[in-house]
Ligand binder design. Structure first.
Ligand code: DGL
Length: 281
């Protein structure tokens, strides 16, 4: 599910069309946003992209609200100055559930956020029991309480913080086999809670988790379906850029605030997502 509204400041209105080579900036703390980028590529293969990862502050899920709220708008502001994107996707549930409003207030361009896909999950479940895997910071947000109240009233929503899965997804994309215990631990965290054995739908409320969907599915079994926000985000981005021209004047690239730029296995993984190289931001 996407938080689909966007903000354009009065100063920018009526909006001049963006330059045709103005990129989409896809932002996450690490490699998680690649799951969103993959979905955006399907509908907008011609759109130039910069993939931005705040690896210096990864993992966001273990940070405080104050840290995220201070860091994300400021960092995105500097990235906007440097890269002049036409639109930003905050491809991170943690950053979106905490800082989306502040980013919209600070920046005069469309911002698409990512929020836990509780609404579609409530429509999909047959048992009425939904599991939600996210970061510790995401699952404690009032934003999630509100989604539960609004869309999953009368259902059981079982939340579990799974920082180990962020580490597992990072390892996988860095070309290192993740420890299988990390998957077992996350699934046990859901199943061991009251009604946990009846879970038939799992919300992947962290953009890292679709990258390890197969490994989770092996443990959860065939009767459990997954839902995440990527398809909704891609639809929203396509809608907001409707009628705009796209020209790719240079290869798509990534910017990392911390380490990773010179790691060969990671570079190869990113090339699978159409990312040519990684620069240090
Ligand atoms: N990918 C991020 C999310 O969707 C956060 C992972 C992390 O940095 O802890 O929440």
């Amino acid at each position: 599910m996407t938080d689909a509204s966007s903000s354009i400041s009065p100063a920018a209105s009526p909006a001049a069309p963006p330059a045709s080579d103005a990129p989409l900036l896809i932002f996450d703390s690490g490699v998680g946003g690649l799951s969103v980028l993959a979905e955006i590529r399907k509908s907008l293969p011609q759109a130039p992209v910069i993939y931005a990862a705040d690896t210096a502050a990864l993992p966001y899920g273990e940070k405080t609200e104050t840290q995220i709220a201070a860091r994300v708008p400021a960092l995105l502001g500097r990235m906007v100055e440097r890269y002049r994107p036409r639109l930003i996707v905050i491809a991170c549930n943690t950053a979106s559930t905490i800082a989306l409003a502040a980013v919209r207030e600070a920046l005069a361009l469309p911002i698409v956020g990512t929020v836990p896909a509780i609404k579609p999950a409530a429509a999909m479940t047959r048992s009425g029991v939904i599991g939600l895997l996210g970061t510790a910071a995401t699952i404690r947000q009032a934003y999630v309480d509100n989604l539960e109240r609004e869309f999953a009233a009368g259902k059981h929503l079982i939340r579990h913080a799974a920082p180990g899965l962020v580490a597992a997804a990072e390892a996988k994309l860095h070309g290192i086999a993740p420890d299988p215990a990390l998957f077992r631990e996350a699934v046990d965290g859901l199943r061991s809670q009251p009604h946990g054995d009846a879970i038939d739908t799992v919300v992947l409320a962290c953009t890292h988790f679709p990258l390890i969907r197969t490994e989770l599915a092996e443990i959860l079994g065939q009767n459990v379906q997954f839902i995440d926000g990527a398809a909704g985000i891609a639809r929203r981005v396509a809608y907001l850029t409707q009628g705009q021209a796209f020209t790719r004047k240079q290869s798509d690239f990534a910017v990392f605030t911390g380490d990773g730029a010179d790691e060969k296995p990671l570079q190869r993984m990113l090339q699978n997502y159409g990312i040519d190289h990684i620069d240090r931001f």
